[in-house]
Ligand binder design. Structure first.
Ligand code: TRP
Length: 447
């Protein structure tokens, strides 16, 4: 079975070396595995929640798209798109918003953190909190559920959001699935083995600490950043302790085992920090040089990037468009056309062709009959507790999910292994064949 893997990349900022080692490199590797169908997208609607500077949004989407492609993501193999090119996503967001509990969203970490900060500052709890921030997890649930992702690789801070997507999906299934799972329930995947890189000062590499090494800066920018890595004050010739040096940790994230061991030995033998930094720069050049060139070629051709992303969006929408149509149907946003037909069929006895007619029986049960063109009853349904279930069952019979069985003296129609409708008692066994034929024809999908 193929596993569907999906993850979003929020398009704020410019990717740095920590993003590369922690997210981009492992994701590109994973996308090459057999039996996976991967979806990677630029979460640019999410970016709008955090950023109201249009130029930064524009720049960051372009840079991040180019970065992922330059690092080897193959848009032929995976589905790579911008969230904002898929109008089905905001539409699904609304359907999910209508079932997501407000209480559930009140518990989201990001929202709670804002509230706590406000309260600590003596402000109103919701000061500066937008509905975008509050509903962030619902939009993310739509991203995930839209493509029925099984696995969602994320950082630890996002686990809660994936769990909320599960909760919301489950609730939707329960309300509208008629016993069927409309949505696959996703699972967060945390890559334990992936490197968390230290930044120049030894704390986690992060834009907010201003300690990053740019991923695709110029050679000079790379060299200058490496020169700023903080080391101890041991002089050349003095033995260095590799394990307490984050320069070594950085080196290790990009070198093979043997190469790392050799570097460690050199440090212990007294290699100077200046030299050590040159080794690290050379290593990073070797790992990233080619991708950097590719990156700059891509950035210089935004029209080509646009084409790649629009093709990705078209690919994604081949899944999203029909699936959303199914979901709209499930919640009752249905075309009037079919409804008019069945209303007319119910009123006019002489209507042509076979038809399904629903009614309530004496006990208040919801039932339907399948009548042939002459108005003869072919099948009578079981009693359903509500009109919606009865409607759903008759609809499914008409869409070809038909399982007819001859049981003793009756013809019985099944759905999901449950009997849903039966014929009158057959006078003679040979009548069964003719009846099966009549029922099957009567249930042929109509347009
Ligand atoms: N919120 C995620 C982050 O900040 C990005 C994201 C948006 C995402 N939609 C997603 C990740 C769907 C996984 C699946 O990292």
């Amino acid at each position: 079975m193929t596993t569907r893997i999906l993850t979003g990349i929020t398009t704020t900022g410019t990717p740095h070396l920590g993003n590369y080692a922690g997210a981009i490199r492992p994701a590109v590797d994973a996308s090459r595995a057999a039996n996976v169908d991967s979806f990677y997208f630029l979460a640019d609607y999410h970016a709008l929640i955090k950023c109201d500077d249009p130029l930064r949004i524009q720049r960051s989407r372009l840079e991040i798209a180019a970065t992922w492609l330059a690092c080897g993501l193959d848009p032929e193999r995976v589905t790579f798109y911008r969230q904002s090119d898929i109008p089905e996503i905001p539409e699904l967001t609304w359907l999910l918003t209508c079932v997501a509990g407000k209480g559930l969203l009140n518990r989201a970490h990001a929202y709670k953190a804002s509230v706590d900060k406000n309260l600590a500052a003596g402000e109103d709890a919701d000061a500066g909190v937008t509905m975008g921030l509050f509903s962030y997890p619902v939009l993310m649930a739509a991203d995930i559920l839209m493509f029925n992702a099984h696995k969602v690789p994320v950082g630890r801070d996002q686990i809660q959001h994936v769990e909320m997507a599960r909760d919301i999906g489950q609730r939707f299934n329960h309300l509208f699935g008629n016993g069927r799972a409309l949505f696959e329930l996703p699972e967060a995947v945390i890559e334990e083995s992936v490197a968390t890189l230290p930044g120049l000062d030894g704390r986690k590499m992060s834009k907010s600490y201003d300690n990053t090494i740019p991923l695709f800066g110029t050679s000079k920018q790379l060299k200058d950043a490496v020169a700023r890595i903080v080391t101890d004050s041991r002089l050349p010739g003095e033995p260095k302790d590799a394990d307490s040096s984050h320069l070594f940790t950085l080196y290790q994230a990009f070198a093979g085992t043997a190469q790392s061991a050799a570097f460690r030995a050199e440090l212990e033998e007294g290699l100077g920090w200046g030299e050590a930094k040159q080794r690290l720069t050379a290593l990073l050049e070797a790992e990233l040089g080619e991708a950097r060139e590719h990156y700059h070629t891509l950035i210089a051709r935004p029209d080509d990037l646009e084409d790649i992303l629009l093709a990705g969006a078209a690919k994604a929408r081949r899944i999203a468009t029909p699936f959303l149509a199914e979901l709209r149907e499930a919640v009752g946003l249905r075309s009037f056309r079919g409804a008019l037909q069945s209303a007319a069929a119910g009123k006019k006895k002489a209507a042509k062709g076979a038809r399904l007619v629903s009614f309530r029986d004496e006990d208040g049960g919801f039932r339907f009959r399948l009548l042939d063109a002459e108005g003869q009853q072919l099948l009578l349904s079981e009693a359903f507790a509500d009109g919606r279930s009865a409607g759903a069952a008759s609809k499914r019979l008409q869409t070809g999910e038909l399982d007819l069985r001859i049981e003793g003296v009756q013809l019985v129609a099944y759905l999901d292994d449950q009997p849903v409708a039966r014929s009158a008692v057959l006078e003679e066994a040979c009548a069964a064949e003719a009846l099966i034929e009549a029922v099957s024809t009567a249930l042929l999908p109509r347009d």
